[in-house]
Design a protein around this ligand. Structure first.
Ligand code: BDR
Ligand code: CA
Length: 313
C-alpha cells in the first residue's frame, strides 16, 4: 500500500510535537505534504517556530511549514501557556530553527494542495483549533468533497472537558470553526479526551523514550517530563495524556483504536457549555452520523509504536 498523503494542521505543543515526530518516522505509511500552523496552545508566531524546530530535530528540513491563522474565526484567542509553558515546547533546551517558513499562507496551502492532488487522496490531520481548516472550507467549498478524511484531536463525551467543565481545548478555542468542519460533510474521525486520557505518559513510558539515547529520544523525554506535571497535579493521574499523537497512530495502526460512528454537534451559543461536543454516543436522537468518535485505545500498543518509530529518527 502506498503511503497516505496528509497535511498536519497544528499548534505545537509538546504533544503536537510527538505527533509530528511520529509522522516523520513513518514514511512507509505517511507522506507528509506539509505542516500548517495555527494559533492555539501559543500564538501562531510561536507555533510555526516550534514546528520547524521539530522538523529540524528529526533531520527533515525539507518539510514545508506554513503559518496559518493568528486567531479564531470570530473570537479572541485563548492560549494554554499554563499547560505547555511560555514557548509551547517547554522542557528541553530549544534552538532557533534555520529551515525556512514558507511564504504562502497555511490556509492557501491547504486549498491549493486539495485542488492539485487527486480527489480523495489527501487526509487532513488537525491537532489544534480548527480555524485554518474551517477558513479553507468556507473560502473554497469545492475542496470539501476532495478530502479523503479529516482525522482530528478534539472534543470529549465521557470526559466532558479540560479547559472548561464542558469543553475540550481545541474545540473551545474556535467553536465556530469546529461547527463548520463537523457540518461540512467531509468524512471525520475524532480523537476525544475519552481516548487521549487513556494514553498516559507514565514514568516507564517516558524512560523508554529517554533510553533510546538519541537527540530525538532525549528531547521527547524532556518535553514529556515538563508536559505531564500539569495533568498529574490536576487529575492525580500517573502521567499526562498524550493527545495529538493518537491522530497519527490511528493512521498507522487503526486496530489500536475503537469507537462509534455517531452524530456530533458543537455548542456555539451557551456561555456555560461553549465548545461542548454533544456526542450522541447512545444513539438517542435520529440526527445523522457525521463522525467516527473514538472511545478506547490499546495504550501499551500506542506507546510501543511511538517508541519504536522515534528510534528510527
Ligand atoms: C489539546 O489541547 C492542546 O493543549 C493539546 O495540544 C491538544 O491538542 C488537548 O485538549
Ligand atoms: Ca495540539
Amino acid at each position: 500500500m502506498s503511503a497516505r498523503k496528509i497535511i498536519i494542521d497544528t499548534d505545537p505543543g509538546q504533544d503536537d510535537a510527538v505527533a509530528i515526530l511520529l509522522a516523520l518516522a513513518s514514511p512507509q505509511e505517511i507522506d507528509l505534504l506539509g505542516i500548517t500552523c495555527v494559533a492555539g496552545n501559543v500564538p501562531v508566531s510561536r507555533t510555526q517556530i516550534n514546528a520547524r524546530i521539530i522538523c529540524e530535530l528529526a533531520g527533515h528540513r525539507q518539510i514545508k511549514v506554513f503559518a496559518g491563522r493568528a486567531a479564531p474565526l470570530r473570537r479572541p484567542l485563548v492560549t494554554a501557556e499554563y499547560v505547555h509553558g511560555k514557548t509551547g515546547l517547554n522542557g528541553p533546551e530549544l534552538f532557533e530553527p534555520t529551515m525556512p517558513l514558507q511564504s504562502q499562507g497555511g490556509v492557501e496551502f491547504i486549498i491549493e494542495t486539495l485542488r492539485a492532488e487527486p480527489a480523495g487522496s489527501v487526509t487532513l490531520c488537525p491537532l489544534g483549533p480548527l480555524s485554518n481548516i474551517a477558513e479553507a472550507f468556507q473560502s473554497a467549498p469545492d475542496i470539501i468533497g476532495r478530502v479523503q478524511e479529516v482525522v482530528l484531536m478534539g472534543g470529549a463525551y465521557f470526559e466532558v472537558g479540560n479547559i472548561t467543565p464542558a469543553a475540550e481545548f481545541n474545540i473551545f478555542v474556535d467553536p465556530e470553526a469546529a461547527n463548520i468542519v463537523l457540518k461540512s460533510g467531509a468524512p471525520i474521525t475524532m480523537m476525544p479526551l475519552d481516548v487521549t486520557h487513556k494514553a498516559l505518559t507514565t514514568r516507564p513510558r517516558i524512560e523508554a523514550l529517554r533510553a533510546l539515547d538519541t537527540p530525538v529520544g532525549h528531547f521527547t523525554a524532556e518535553m514529556l517530563d515538563f508536559f505531564e506535571r500539569f495533568d498529574i497535579e490536576k487529575y492525580g493521574s500517573e502521567g499526562g495524556p498524550l493527545h495529538d499523537p493518537c491522530v497519527i497512530a490511528y493512521l498507522i495502526r487503526p486496530d489500536l483504536f475503537s469507537g462509534r460512528h455517531i452524530n456530533v454537534e458543537i455548542e456555539t451559543q451557551s456561555e456555560l457549555t461553549l465548545g461542548m461536543t454533544v456526542a450522541d454516543w447512545w444513539g438517542v436522537t435520529d440526527r445523522p452520523a457525521n463522525a467516527l468518535f473514538m472511545g478506547d485505545l490499546d495504550a501499551d500498543g500506542f506507546f510501543d509504536l511511538i517508541t519504536q518509530r522515534l528510534a528510527l529518527l
